[in-house]
Design a binder for this molecule. Structure first.
Ligand SMILES: Nc1ncnc2c1ncn2[C@@H]1O[C@H](COP(=O)(O)OP(=O)(O)O)[C@@H](O)[C@H]1O
Ligand SMILES: [Mg+2]
Length: 384
């Protein structure tokens, strides 16, 4: 988008001199308060709204120079509440564009079935009508319909804003998975900064009057907001949220204080000699049971143990999750487990604090490779 402005007939300037270079095959999020011009921007890309000034190029071709039907077929469009045709079955909704393109009924139906599976909808829903589905299921149908003709670009306007937080998180994970599999170029509009940070490879923060406040990767937004508006929009705990981009991989885990239930007195004494203030007691299979107070043997009844809180998955979860575990733990120590839930060690708040300081120092000389690690850490975090 090159210096794009939209002035509506009543004089409202919805978008003001917006220039953006949107990378392909990634998710770019437009985020900002209500009325800042996000929907107008999105709709100018598929020419549902015509710009007053400036040019929009897709793959180097001016959208104004393309037949509008061709352009729109190359761009799936998903909106809040899915915008499904209420009098058509789920399968027919998804098959809408293929049928318009002249596919046979059979081929369109097969495509609808394939897409239902891809977006996580049970095949038994194919013959239902939209009102017979939950909000989250309807949004999945909306995504499947937008993908039906396999367009390279997806435009999504607050698609998950009307569903509850739990369903929403599931839809977000699903979108990241689908994008990873299909490599679509997705432009995603939201007013929710957390959603933007979770989904976006790059995030464009817009401010009232349709102006661009900052266009950056999420980790950079959190560490270096361009101005007071962006900082305010990001919210108060951006330091903590930034930890989502740091992997827990390098954390030094102690195994000394970990002891299996029923250990002998000598074994326990050896563990206590490890210098940690508490012992973490596990069951025979290595799953955590709780913390033992200094001096009390871990043969003690489970109710005498302090709760271990929520463990983190070593290497997979971020430093944010590890810190949260330590903060929630009554001992101030976090429990690290492997993918199967078996304890691999424990780590103190102090050690996590050192890792955070180390990550910040490394971040200051962030190179391209470092950013890649950040992104992968975040995706893992989202998946977790
Ligand atoms: N058709 C229209 N005519 C006049 N003003 C409009 C029209 N559509 C949107 N606007 C105005 O343009 C501004 C941006 O709207 P919009 O792009 O919908 O913002 P957002 O999607 O960020 O909430 C708002 O002030 C809105 O009232
Ligand atoms: Mg809008």
């Amino acid at each position: 988008m090159d210096s794009v402005t939209k002035r509506y007939p009543d004089g409202t300037v919805a978008v003001d001199g917006l220039s953006l270079e949107i990378p392909d095959r990634t998710i770019t999020v437009l985020v900002g308060p209500s009325g800042c011009g996000k929907t107008t921007t999105l709709r100018m890309i598929n020419r549902m709204v015509e710009p007053s000034e400036g040019t929009i190029l897709v793959d180097g071709v001016d959208v104004q120079k393309q037949p509008v039907n061709t352009l729109r077929r190359s761009m799936g469009y998903v909106i809040q509440n899915a915008g499904l045709f209420q009098h058509r079955t789920i399968a027919d909704n998804i098959a809408t564009v293929p049928r318009l393109l002249g596919w046979s009924k059979q081929k369109a139906r097969a495509r609808a079935e394939e897409l239902m599976e891809r977006v996580g909808l049970d095949a038994s829903l194919a013959k239902r009508y939209p009102y017979q589905l939950s909000g989250g299921q309807q949004q999945r149908v909306g995504v499947a319909r937008a993908l039906a003709a396999d367009p390279p670009v997806l435009l999504m306007d607050e698609p998950f804003s009307a569903v509850d937080p739990v369903v929403r998180k599931g839809l977000q994970e699903e979108l990241l998975r689908i994008q990873g599999e299909l490599g679509k170029t997705i432009i995603f509009v939201t007013h929710d900064i957390d959603e933007a940070i979770r989904l976006g490879t790059k995030v464009a923060v817009m401010r009232a009057g349709g102006r661009l406040a900052q266009f950056a990767e999420p980790a950079e937004l959190l560490s270096a907001p361009a101005d007071a508006f962006v900082e305010d929009f990001l919210g108060a705990d951006r330091g903590i949220r930034r930890l989502s981009f740091f992997p827990s991989e390098g954390l030094e885990l102690l195994t000394g204080p970990v002891v299996a239930v029923g250990a002998t007195a000598e074994q326990t004494a050896a563990r206590e000699a490890s210098g940690a203030p508490y012992l973490l007691v596990t069951d025979g299979g290595g799953k955590p049971l709780g913390w033992s107070e200094p001096g009390s043997l871990p043969g003690a009844a489970a109710e005498e143990l302090l709760p271990y809180g929520r463990p983190f998955v070593a290497g997979q979860d971020s430093l944010r999750v590890a810190l949260d575990c330590a903060v929630l733990s009554p001992t101030g120590w976090a429990v690290a487990v492997d993918g199967t839930g078996r304890v691999v060690g424990v780590v103190s708040q102090e050690t996590i604090g050192e890792a955070i300081r180390g990550a910040h120092a490394a971040g200051r000389k962030a190179d391209v490779a470092g950013r890649k690690t950040d992104t992968e850490g975040r995706k893992a975090d989202v998946a977790g």
